[in-house]
Design a protein around this ligand. Structure first.
Ligand SMILES: NC(=O)c1ccc[n+]([C@@H]2O[C@H](COP(=O)([O-])OP(=O)(O)OC[C@H]3O[C@@H](n4cnc5c(N)ncnc54)[C@H](O)[C@@H]3O)[C@@H](O)[C@H]2O)c1
Length: 469
């Protein structure tokens, strides 16, 4: 909370006193009507106190790039002022608009560079309503005490369903039959077309997507093996195997669901294709670096691999359009395109209406919890810190949110400031150069709030402070 905001609050407090015609104390705690507007899932208990950093009318959120309607309604339900735009904004317009907002929601087109972020005077949080966050200068945001949230897992089901569709498509050569008939050719064949029932699916990476897929595949009568660097409890009758080779030796379909890391780069290359069963199928909807595509082309031409479905590539076009997937982008593009029973999709694994809606809910909820309660769980650039909610009757309790440089001695300094009050609970964690401390202090009179704020504001390690009550 800035000193200007404290003054505003004190003014509105005084106005409330004047309006009530009473000189008695009027609580600045949220009114019951504000509590009523909280989505059910955000008021975990009827006894939880909803904290307010600013008067709800003052909280300004700028939403760009047609962020999903689910997010808009969550913010509006909180009483925030929402400014919504269907597209991204030119840089000079964005610089003007970002000056006063407390949060901004973007998708992948808006670039939040240091040059733009340095104009943000009140910004506490950025919501990326997508998977990636590389459109944001994370280093600058972190050093400025701005928490960034995204939605890495809202589209897991969409990817799993795409893979299921592709397994059958490959087994029945559906892509080729469809392309042939579109050109007028009738080619009714059963040679090397299979049912998937009874076949073995090998899943590399048994995380959010891999495990969903496991359940769906078993429902179709497939056997499931999986390989993961972590020991993970199997769903259904799936079985974890200790080595990648064991999975490769025994699977009819092999699908990749691992992150892009140095260890997963070219995880499937010539030696791995050699270790597979004759006529195996490969699927990759994880990251373009995981499968060595030139080696895949060779294995396919040698008859070792019967088909493949690829959704991701080492280099992907920046925008939609005809002719953009070409040899300039990836030198093997023409050769790959010419091969039969190779399904190529433009990174659409997670692109469904349901995923967009879920992303809207997930990111808006993270932002709201951070703004209202200080919880940074799910942030990509902050340490994950959370405190349990305050009870509704904790009138004189203030929540301190103190973002600071990760240097020795800070806790001692901060606790010196807080020690005039009862520190009910406190949690601090660090990530790289920054650290985040949350503390609930009780027995704080209205008149003390500004002095707590001012004293914390003068500490050397401070990046930013908010006080909620
Ligand atoms: N195609 C799309 O549109 C799309 C959409 C969403 C996610 N993805 C990608 O799918 C991949 C998986 O996503 P997720 O949400 O399931 O991730 P996740 O983090 O939930 O699961 C990844 C799993 O891979 C395992 N793993 C990591 N390194 C490994 C290694 N070297 N060997 C074996 N296992 C390893 C991890 O232990 C984890 O269980 C990611 O690369 C993600 O970026 C693609």
């Amino acid at each position: 909370m800035s000193s200007e905001e404290i003054n505003n609050l004190q003014n509105s407090f005084q106005r409330a006193v004047n309006l009530s015609g009473s000189s008695g104390a009027v609580s600045t705690s949220p009114t019951q009507s504000f509590m009523d507007t909280l989505p059910r899932r955000m008021s975990a208990s009827n006894k939880a106190k909803a904290l307010k950093p600013f008067s709800t009318g003052d909280m300004k959120i700028l939403l760009l790039e047609n962020v999903n309607a689910t997010a808009v309604s969550i913010f509006e339900d909180q009483g925030y002022q929402v400014e919504f735009h269907k597209s991204s904004l030119p840089e000079e317009v964005l610089i003007e608009k970002i000056k006063d907002v407390h949060a901004i929601g973007i998708r992948s087109k808006t670039k939040l560079s240091a040059n733009i972020l340095k104009h943000a005077r009140n910004l506490v949080s950025i919501g990326c309503f997508c998977i990636g966050t590389n459109q944001v200068d994370l280093k600058y945001a972190t050093n400025a005490g701005i928490a960034v949230f995204n939605s890495p897992f809202s589209n897991s089901r969409s990817v799993a369903e795409l893979i299921i569709g592709e397994i059958i498509t490959l087994a029945r050569q559906l892509g080729d039959r469809s392309i042939e008939l579109h050109t007028g050719a009738w080619n009714k064949v059963s040679h090397r077309c299979w049912e998937v029932r009874g076949k073995t699916l090998g899943i590399i990476g048994y995380g959010h997507i891999g495990s969903q897929l496991s359940v769906l595949a078993e429902a179709m009568g497939m056997h499931v093996l999986y390989y993961d660097t972590v020991t993970i409890m199997a769903l259904g009758t799936a079985r974890q195997v200790p080595t990648l080779d064991e999975l490769l030796n025994n699977s009819d379909f092999i699908t990749c669901h691992v992150p892009a890391t140095p260890e997963t780069k070219n995880m499937l290359s010539a030696p791995q294709f050699a270790a597979m069963k004759e006529g195996a199928y490969i699927l990759n909807a994880s990251r373009g670096t995981v499968v060595d595509i030139p080696a895949l082309i060779q294995a396919f031409k040698a008859g070792k691999i019967a088909g493949a479905a690829l959704d991701v590539y080492p280099s992907e076009p920046a925008k939609n359009g005809a002719g953009v997937f070409n040899d300039d982008l990836n030198p093997w593009a023409t050769e790959l395109i010419s091969l039969p029973n190779i399904i190529l999709t433009p990174h659409i694994g997670g692109s469904t209406e349901e995923a967009q809606s879920a992303i809207g809910v997930e990111v808006a909820t993270s932002l709201t919890k951070y703004i209202n309660e200080g919880t940074s769980v799910g942030s990509v650039n902050f340490p994950e810190v959370s405190l349990r909610s305050l009870d509704y009757d904790q009138e004189n309790t203030v929540r301190v949110l103190y973002i600071h440089h990760n240097v020795p001695g800070v806790l001692k300094t901060v606790n010196n400031v807080l020690s005039n009050h009862n520190i009910e609970k406190q949690f601090s964690d660090s990530k790289g150069d920054i650290a985040y401390l949350m503390a609930d202090i009780s027995n704080v009179d209205q008149s003390d709030i500004k002095s707590v704020y001012d004293e914390l504001n003068q500490t050397d390690a401070k990046i930013s402070i908010r006080l909620l009550y």
